[in-house]
Ligand binder design. Sequence first.
Ligand code: PLP
Length: 385
Amino acid sequence: MITDKLQPFGTTIFAEMTALAQKHEAINLAQGFPDFEGPAEIVEAAVRALRSGDNQYARSRGHPELVKAIADSVKDLYGLEYDPMEEVVVFSGATEGIAASMLGLLNPGDEVILLEPFYDSYPPGLAMSGAVPRYLTLRAPDFALDGDALKALVTDKTRMIVLNTPMNPTGKVFTVDELETVASLCREHDIIALTDEVYEHLVFDDARHVPLAYLPDMRDRTLTLSSAGKAYSFTGWKIGWGTGPRALVDGAQAAHQFITYANSTPLQVAVAFALRNYTDDFRAQFRTEYAERRDFLVSALKSAGFTVTAPQGTYFIMAGFQDLFTGDDREFAYWLTEKHRVAALPPSSFYHFDVEEGRRLTRFAFCKKMETLELAAERIGKIGK
Ligand SMILES: Cc1ncc(COP(=O)(O)O)c(C=O)c1O
């Protein structure tokens, strides 16, 4: 009964691997959700909001307290100014933001450039809106952006480029030069950018997150998506948002009002509290803890015989398993889950153009307590033995 548009996409790989992990009581390093809580004070802010009667429909574009906190936060972080009531929209997670932006801003037949491997909701979002994807494959180990190849994909029908930085699943953080390559095409061909920056606070070492909207003339061509799920470890709250010029926000809002209309009122109030009170120190600590988890898992994977480059951002590691297993990424992920009781994600579903590229890789999520990662490392250490 599934519509022709969605038939090709099946069930998301996250649901499949999480169910498999549960069945085999495996440690789930497949799906990117923390196995620890976000700050207790933010939970208390949600409880306060629940108890003080913030329980009816919120304003469709977002609770006034939250949109103001978002606009202030983006100004503090990046110096970008958005009118909170006109240029911010709150979604049910960035995932709704992706779908609503595509549905509200694209006409059937518009072409959209996707950089693969991509977060798996991008192609179905385009399919639902009738737009046509054009893929550019970024290749391991550094996943560099080839400006000429990108340029070659632009036609007179290109309406949008979707960019995800820091990038899931590769862990890549786009450099200013790479962002400029994207920006120059947007300026030259009047293309809009949808940027998914949900991992904006998860960058390591010398890497810096630069929003595409920060580049010259890009604020008015870019709709930027972000999420409290990633920034505060509350993935189950599903509070995400978009910031952009009024024309783009109006487009996304046109769809959002008929998809969810509005999102959880008390949780929006709590996220506003988080954005105002959990800022620089919290984020520095967040990065330090994640850098420790990353270093630990990278070194455990290397000792077990995986080919690994430490990611510059996100909480994912892409690893090559060619020295450990003959078979493709799905077979490997099933084998690892069933035999070694550690679940990883087969990334080939994040590729549509050059699927082979994903078949030799596997993705581990390190958004887990150190003790979870230690247990996973112990199990992974036995693979070659
Ligand atoms: C790149 C990317 N965008 C969006 C999302 C989803 O964000 P949310 O949980 O706010 O819907 C994820 C979640 O894994 C992601 O990796």
